[in-house]
Design a protein around this ligand. Structure first.
Ligand code: SF4
Length: 335
């Protein structure tokens, strides 16, 4: 076994994270659910979602037979909603064909990349498959001064795999990246591989991995129509694919002819209009600047409820599958 792997396994026995709700199982459904939720999301944020999800969907069949809306409603707040949609689509595949049992086959499921598939295969089936998420990339590039890019890191990750103890090794590697070899303040004096770590020996910890040049995120602007009639607001289901696909949001305002759009398309006669405080929401690839317009509506026609639109009582709306900024706005309206 490589010195690296044996040091990690020994360290994990004493210092690894234990007692996480998905650790005591090899049930592929639970392992898969936790790994998908943990993508780009911290353990502490995932735990309540994972538990709630399992109470509602205890197995892959209950998830497969749920509506997408029910799934997204439980997902709301965890971010990266495409994960929720992919999870649902994958559940339908698994319910029909059974759970794939190799990393290569798991990687064919919607929303599961090579590293996530390897983690699922290691935890659920004990397969010797290498993971390489952001945390692991950082550990390997520091420890081995490997900065030649993805291909080199994948080869290295595969070379380091132990013959036995793949589950503990995989967990240890994840834990090391999340708790010791962190991006900003690595605690090298607590690290089990400090003696062999090249970055440490060469005093290059701060410069590895070399950051990719980042361009400032582009901004998109949108105006939302917060149409209110008595205690109700109009929500519209967002098209999928697209941001927040399948979630309920406020209708977007057209660039021109706002009042006639409200009348002819939404069936709403506007009484008054007031600009509310703007909101900002960050996505991985852009920032969304939202300008909400609160419009009081005199009456509503039937057509406002067609094509995925609904008038909802403010209190009921808060329980629907909503993106975070919609939730915030509703909170402001009911305050
Ligand atoms: Fe990371 Fe420091 Fe450990 Fe090297 S010694 S792997 S830089 S924590």
């Amino acid at each position: 076994m490589s010195t690296f792997a044996s040091a990690l396994i020994a360290w994990h026995r004493r210092h690894g994270r234990r007692g996480l709700p998905w650790q005591a199982t090899r049930d592929p459904y639970r392992v898969w659910l936790s790994e998908v939720m943990l993508q780009q999301t911290q353990v502490s944020a995932v735990i309540p979602y994972y538990e709630r999800f399992l109470r509602r969907f205890p197995d892959v069949w209950s998830l497969a037979s749920a509506s997408e809306e029910d799934v997204l409603e439980l997902w709301a707040g965890l971010g990266y909603y495409a994960r929720g949609r992919n999870l649902h689509a994958a559940a339908r595949i698994i319910a029909g064909k059974g759970f794939p049992s190799t990393a290569a086959a798991i990687a064919e499921l919607p929303g599961v990349g090579r590293s996530t598939a390897a983690a699922i295969a290691a935890f659920a089936f004990g397969e010797r498959a290498a993971i390489l998420d952001g945390n692991v990339k950082r550990v390997l590039s520091r420890c081995f001064a490997a900065d030649g890019g993805e291909k080199e890191l994948w080869q290295l990750a595969e070379r380091l795999l132990p013959r036995r103890g793949i589950e503990i090794y995989t967990q240890a590697l994840m834990d090391l990246g999340a708790t010791v070899c962190t991006r900003r303040s690595p605690q090298c004096n607590r690290c089990p591989v400090q003696k062999n770590c090249i970055a440490r020996k060469q005093d290059r910890v701060a410069e590895l991995p070399t950051p990719r040049p980042r361009k400032p995120l582009p901004q998109k602007r949108v105006t939302w129509l917060v149409l209110r009639r008595g205690g109700e607001v109009l929500l519209e289901k967002r098209p999928a694919p697209g941001i927040w696909g399948g979630l309920w949001s406020f209708p977007e305002a057209p660039a021109k002819h706002l009042e006639s759009y409200c009348r002819s398309t939404l069936g709403c006669e506007l009484q008054s209009m007031k600009e509310l405080e703007a909101l900002e929401h960050g996505f991985t690839h852009f920032r969304l600047l939202i300008r909400p317009l609160l419009c009081e509506v005199a009456g509503k026609a039937q057509r406002a409820e067609s094509a995925g639109r609904l008038w909802l009582d403010l209190a009921d709306a808060a329980g629907a599958a909503l993106p975070t900024p919609v939730k915030k706005l509703l909170g402001r309206l009911s305050a």
